[in-house]
Design a protein around this ligand. Structure first.
Ligand code: NAD
Length: 506
């Protein structure tokens, strides 16, 4: 394992090999827990990215023509290698992301759900068949892989998101080029070794490390057929617009600003526990983290805020090496500064600070990128802290008078990733699930992230394009359907031309 003292120079993974970067440009990979630079990641040029795409393209036909059963067997071996190497993977994920061991374990487990679904790809590749659709004609539709497809991933789930973006793509017969987040590239390189050990042919799994240059080549290169992007909303929009302009199939998942509505009949002790885990877990660096709690009615709000204040004050922020830490640092110094500045602005815009994460010793003294748990009350629409995604532990209380008001506010917001309601009232829950304009909805569930065999995606500015991550929709997104009409005539075939449009009434 890399220690804080050594600064390792990383590579790409192209054609089944670790390949040194040629650009001379490098990004720094940090250990967010200590603030130390632990590695240098090469940032690929346009030419390096193009070569990687070409290698993937050359490998594709053999993989396309490999039986679905054999492909599934390799994916199963890959799955087993992940579990066999869990301890090492956990160390790498925690080292480069700063998340706690428990959280990293959860991430791997959820990532494996996507791999499990991909092992079932033979079932999802099945087409449809009709006999005698016309005179001695049978018709069938079948799913074929697209060719070279690209995945561009964010920093906050170094393994779960890349697995969700790529496992099905590989299982259905594509060659994948992953542009991993340059802030957590070590996990993707480790995963590359596992694919190789599982027997995946060279060139079917490629990791190009890089930044905008590599991404732009993936968007523009005509060989790349589809783009699966996960990241922030402005970049997601750019990826969708640019990829679509170059004729690609694109799904681009963006950020979230997720709400938890609390009805007056809910058990507030239970709600507070649910909120704290969902809001502050992973230092709030989850697209499905709860950003805002919306208690309905003044009495509910006053009682809830009092319970939250006590519980949040007792949270422990620290390194993943301390098993008592509830959450660790955020990803970078830049991110830490942006979160602290967002809290300052929330305060100056009129929010009241219930718990102040700026004041913790670890925030002021550590070189690690820590921000303490912060709760702002009386947050209102129009304030920046309400409107913008804050990717760190600054969370809001927005007080509302009714369920109708809560639904109206949430539906008006630009983002629509996840939302949840806590209540014992079935009618209120039904009204909420019917009227809310958000992609992933919970009832008495703190983080409504669907299991891996259900489709996952938000609405509005949280997703551009129609595809989903996770779920059976992945098999549709990464394949194209051909419909084939086939006639084999017995005896004397008719050679007469017919000029009428075929009606198939014979
Ligand atoms: P990001 O948008 O900064 O980066 C994501 C990827 O895009 C990275 O690989 C990065 O190198 C690349 N990129 C960044 N700027 C680019 C540019 N200008 N041109 C081309 N490529 C660019 O996101 P992040 O900070 O790594 O991740 C956090 C964000 O991701 C949050 O907004 C979070 O909500 C979102 N996210 C969404 C989901 C979801 O399912 N909706 C899941 C995880 C994370």
């Amino acid at each position: 394992m890399t220690t804080a003292q050594e600064v390792k120079t990383l590579t790409h993974f192209i054609g089944g090999q670790l390949v040194e970067g040629k650009s001379g440009r490098f990004g720094s990979v940090y250990n967010p827990t200590t603030g130390d630079v632990i590695a240098k990641v090469p940032l690929a040029t346009v030419e390096e990215t193009r070569e990687a795409i070409e290698q993937a393209h050359a490998s594709f036909p053999t993989w396309r023509d490999t039986s679905v059963a054999k492909r599934a067997e390799i994916v199963l071996k890959f799955r087993n290698l992940i579990t066999e190497n869990m301890e090492e993977l956990l160390q790498i994920i925690c080292l480069e992301s700063g998340k706690t061991l428990e959280d990293a374990k959860g991430e791997i487990t959820r990532g494996l759900e996507s791999v499990d679904l991909a092992i079932g790809a033979p079932h999802l590749m099945k087409g449809e068949y009709s006999v005698n659709v016309g005179g001695q004609i049978n018709a069938y539709s079948a799913k074929y892989p697209l060719g070279v497809v690209a995945a561009i991933s964010p920093f906050n789930f170094p393994i779960m998101v890349p697995l969700a973006q790529t496992s099905m793509a590989i299982a259905v017969g594509n060659a994948v080029v992953l542009k991993a987040s340059e802030r957590v590239p070590m996990t993707a390189l480790y995963v590359s070794e596992l694919w190789k050990k599982a027997g995946l042919p060279d060139g079917i799994w490629t990791v190009v490390n890089g930044d905008k240059d590599a991404v732009n080549e993936l968007l523009e290169n005509p060989t790349v057929q589809a783009i699966s992007f996960v990241g922030s909303t402005p970049v997601a929009k750019y990826i969708y617009e640019t990829g679509s302009k170059y004729g690609k199939r694109v799904t681009a998942l963006g950020g979230g600003k997720n709400n938890m509505i609390v009805m007056p009949d809910a058990d507030l002790e239970h709600v507070a526990n649910a909120f704290i885990g969902a809001a502050y877990g992973a230092a709030s660096q989850r697209c499905m983290a709860i950003s805002t709690i919306m208690p309905v009615g003044k009495d509910t709000a006053d009682r809830l805020v009092a319970i939250l204040k006590e519980k949040i004050t007792n949270l422990k922020v620290g390194p993943y090496t301390n098993p008592d830490s509830d959450f660790g640092p955020v990803i970078s110094q830049q991110s830490k500064e942006a979160i602290l500045a967002a809290i300052d602005r929330g305060e100056s815009e009129g929010a009241s600070i219930i718990c102040d994460g700026r004041e913790l010793d670890i925030v002021k003294e550590s070189k690690g990128f820590y921000v303490g748990p912060t709760l702002l009350d009386h947050v209102k629409p129009g304030m920046e802290i309400y409107e913008q995604e804050v990717f760190g532990p600054a969370r809001n209380v927005v007080r509302v008078d009714s369920l109708e008001e809560a639904i109206e506010l949430i539906n008006k917001h630009e983002l629509g990733n996840g939302v949840t309601i806590f209540t014992n009232d079935g009618l209120a829950a039904r009204k909420f699930t019917t009227e809310i304009d958000v992609g992933m909805v919970g009832v008495n569930v703190p983080i409504p992230i669907p299991v891996g065999y259900h489709n996952f995606a938000g609405f509005k500015g949280s997703r551009f394009g129609e595809g989903h991550m996770f779920g059976p929709d992945q098999a549709r997104f990464f394949t194209k359907t051909k419909t084939i009409s086939e006639r084999w005539m017995a005896g004397n075939a008719s050679t007469a031309s017919t000029f009428a449009f075929p009606s198939n009434n014979d």
